[in-house]
Design a binder for this molecule. Structure first.
Ligand SMILES: [Zn+2]
Length: 117
């Protein structure tokens, strides 16, 4: 099951609950994409996205909304993003959450006004 745990009072949230078999940060499709991207030298990307991710880029001379990035920079940025998401994960699985949900409070504001979508 997916499970997006979040707080209605302060907006705190974490990644969907993980499971070893299905959803987790190292899903085969993601790792395969990282491997492929790592060896690409010039990838065309939207400039605003690369500004946001702080990836070094070279603006496309004919199309200013697009830019070129090195695959290794894109993968490094994705790994940092994944690491931050992993660090922010308070409860890894729904099974873990079931055991404590009756007493669980938001780690940011202490509210019990949480929800799972
Ligand atoms: Zn909260």
């Amino acid at each position: 099951m997916s499970g997006f745990l979040h707080c209605h009072d302060c907006g705190w949230y974490q990644d969907d609950f993980w499971s070893k078999e299905h959803y987790h940060p190292f899903r085969e499709s993601i790792v395969n994409d990282w491997k492929k991207t790592l060896f690409s030298d010039r990838i065309k990307m939207p400039t605003h996205l690369m500004k946001k991710l702080l990836v070094p880029y070279e603006i496309d001379k004919d199309e200013k909304n697009s830019c070129y990035v090195d695959g290794k920079d894109l993968v490094a940025s994705s790994l940092i993003e994944a690491a931050n998401s992993i660090k922010a994960m308070k409860i890894k699985t729904y099974k873990d959450f079931e055991k404590i949900k009756h007493k669980w409070k938001c780690p940011n504001c202490g509210s019990k006004s949480w929800d799972i979508d």
